[in-house]
Ligand binder design. Structure first.
Ligand code: NAD
Length: 248
């Protein structure tokens, strides 16, 4: 049995990825903050290739190691980590609250670094493993008005590259997936908090050649591909799924 751990799997991209991996034959431990949604995810995973849900805050010092241990105790291995959990807020540097900055970096960057470090211990012992970091178009170009988020996603891309540089020769693959704006609760919250939500949504769609937002399933398909053995020579780089945002 191949086993995966997907963070932030109670909604949006993480939920779609957990379900798509289960459809592709992976046993999946889903995790996230919302227990009620998590129970629903666990039921869906059980009907596919098997899985479970554990609720937890990734900034809680106990949670990351408990999650990794749970996968290994249940399945005997950890073949895939998907670092997906993340948050977003809008602010340029002049309006940046440093406490908010620290909180965002703790969730979007420190937690993935810790999760990757813990997963790596298991994967290096196995001689194989894949770590997928859900970064963003905002890690590649400076999306205006969200400096903290941009920094966190650029850091995640460099985490991926560093994992490959240091551990590819020992059987580890790391991949960044860079979604463009995708319709999820995170984006719906950002739209709702804009001064003119409808205009903001139109702007988000119009700012990319595809003239629409992405769907979580369109990102999940890349997660399944990057995790699979057919992607065995894909290592350290980014898969950009952004409706063309970063090419214009
Ligand atoms: P979402 O808000 O739908 O889901 C976020 C998930 O992260 C939830 O499961 C939540 O429980 C979890 N989470 C948040 N804080 C946590 C914490 N402290 N501890 C544990 N779990 C926590 O978001 P989404 O839009 O699906 O985003 C998923 C990832 O994709 C994020 O990293 C986000 O930055 C990235 N991303 C999203 C978009 C987009 O447009 N939606 C674009 C590019 C990148």
């Amino acid at each position: 049995m191949v086993s995966a751990l997907v963070t932030g799997a109670t909604s949006g991209i993480g939920l779609a990825s957990a379900l798509a991996l289960a459809d592709a034959g992976w046993w999946v431990l889903a995790t996230g903050m919302e227990s009620a949604e998590g129970a629903n995810v666990a039921r869906q995973l059980e009907q596919k290739s098997g899985g479970a849900f554990i609720a937890g805050d990734l900034t809680d010092p106990e949670i990351p190691s408990a999650l990794i241990k749970s996968v290994v105790d249940t399945t005997g291995s950890l073949d895939l980590l998907v670092n997906n959990a993340g948050i977003h807020f809008a602010a340029g540097l002049d309006r940046l609250d440093l406490d908010e900055y620290d909180n965002l970096l703790a969730i979007n960057l420190r937690a993935p670094v810790l999760m990757a470090k813990l997963a790596l211990e298991v994967m290096l012992a196995q001689g194989s493993g894949v770590i997928i970091n859900i970064a963003s178009e905002a890690g590649l170009v400076a999306v205006p008005g969200q400096v903290a988020y941009n920094i966190s996603k650029a850091g995640l891309i460099m985490l991926t590259r560093s994992l490959t540089a240091d551990y590819a020769a020992r059987g580890i693959r790391a991949v960044s997936i860079c979604p463009g704006t995708t319709r999820t609760p995170l984006v719906e919250k950002a739209i709702a908090s804009a001064p003119d939500p409808e205009a903001h949504e139109r702007m988000l769609a119009a700012s990319r050649p595809a003239h629409r937002l992405g769907r979580p399933e369109e990102i999940a398909a890349a997660v399944v591909f990057a995790a699979s053995d057919v992607a065995s020579y894909l290592n350290g780089t980014e898969i950009v799924i952004d409706g063309g945002y970063t090419v214009v």
